[in-house]
Every structure is written in structure tokens, then in C-alpha cells.
Design a protein around this ligand. Structure first.
Ligand SMILES: [Fe+2]
Ligand SMILES: [Fe+2]
Length: 163
């Protein structure tokens, strides 16, 4: 759950940086990104409350996720609409898989965590599906971003879970 909390912080920062860039590169996306960012802020505080309730400190990777997310957001925001949507689709696909696995392993063990994660999954699914709908199939830039972002997100979760 510490990794989830750090990840949501990363997501907030990806969107914050993309919103900054999208004002120039993809103005029609700004409204949607603002909505996604507000969801991620809510997810971050839900996980933060869960950590506090258990007397846990934030993950050591928290600031790294924030800075990494911001740099990823700036870079992909600069590349425009396809890059932005490809990033969200890839991040959310990996995140959803991670959350589904958590739901399975926490079922009947930690009902509080299951309730919070289930609530979040619905919105991550919405981010994922909406972003996929913006993607032009076979677009080279989004294919490259999909690969890079998938590998980076998987690595961050992998490292976080073992740190
Ligand atoms: Fe989230
Ligand atoms: Fe999300």
C-alpha cells in the first residue's frame, strides 16, 4: 500500500506536468487531464489515510515517484496528444494489473484495503479506456511510448515492492 500511495503521487505529477505542457501542445486535452488529476489526488489521500491508520510512513520511493512522474509528464506532454494518451493507457494498464493482483491477495485478509482499492480501480479503468479511445491505431510515437512507459512503470512497482 506504500507503493500504491507513492504511485498515486507519481500519477498526480505526471498529470500536473502534462497539463502544463498540454496548454501549448494539446489544449483540447486539458479539461480531461484536470479531471484525471483530481482523481489521482483523491487516490493519493485515500492511500495516505490507510497508511496513517496503520501507523506506516510513506514509501522511500515517494519523492522519486513524484520527480520521475513529473519528468515523464513534461516529456510526453511536449510530444502532444498521442503521447499523452499513450502514457496514460500504458501506466493505467500496468497499475490495474497490480491493483487486481492486490485485490486477489488481500481478499478476506484486509477488507479496509480491499474497499479502498476497489473504489480506485473503477477510476483507473476509466482513465485507461478514455485514453485508449484517443489513440490512433498503429501510431509509431504511441507504440514507442507504450513500450517505454510500460517497462518503466513495471520497474518502479517491482523496485517499490522489494525496497
Ligand atoms: Fe490513481
Ligand atoms: Fe489513474
Amino acid at each position: 500500500m506504500k507503493v500504491d500511495h507513492a504511485g498515486e503521487h507519481g500519477a498526480v505529477n505526471i498529470y500536473a506536468a502534462q497539463i502544463f505542457m498540454a496548454r501549448f501542445t494539446a489544449p483540447t486535452f486539458v479539461q480531461e487531464l484536470l479531471e484525471f488529476k483530481s482523481h489521482e489526488e483523491k487516490h493519493r489521500s485515500l492511500f495516505s489515510a490507510e497508511l496513517q491508520r496503520r501507523g506506516l510512513r510513506r514509501c522511500r520511493s515517494y519523492w522519486l515517484c513524484g520527480i520521475g512522474g513529473f519528468i515523464l509528464g513534461l516529456f510526453t506532454g511536449l510530444l502532444g496528444a498521442q503521447a499523452i494518451s499513450a502514457t496514460t493507457a500504458a501506466v493505467e494498464r500496468v497499475v490495474l494489473k497490480h491493483l487486481q493482483e492486490q485485490l486477489l491477495s488481500l481478499a478476506h485478509i484486509d477488507e479496509g484495503a480491499v474497499a479502498v482499492i476497489s473504489e480506485i480501480v473503477a477510476e483507473e479503468q476509466q482513465h485507461h479506456d478514455q485514453s485508449i479511445s484517443h489513440l490512433i491505431p498503429g501510431h509509431i510515437l504511441s507504440n514507442v511510448i507504450n513500450r517505454v512507459v510500460t517497462i518503466s512503470t513495471e520497474s518502479v512497482i517491482w523496485i517499490g515492492m522489494r525496497a
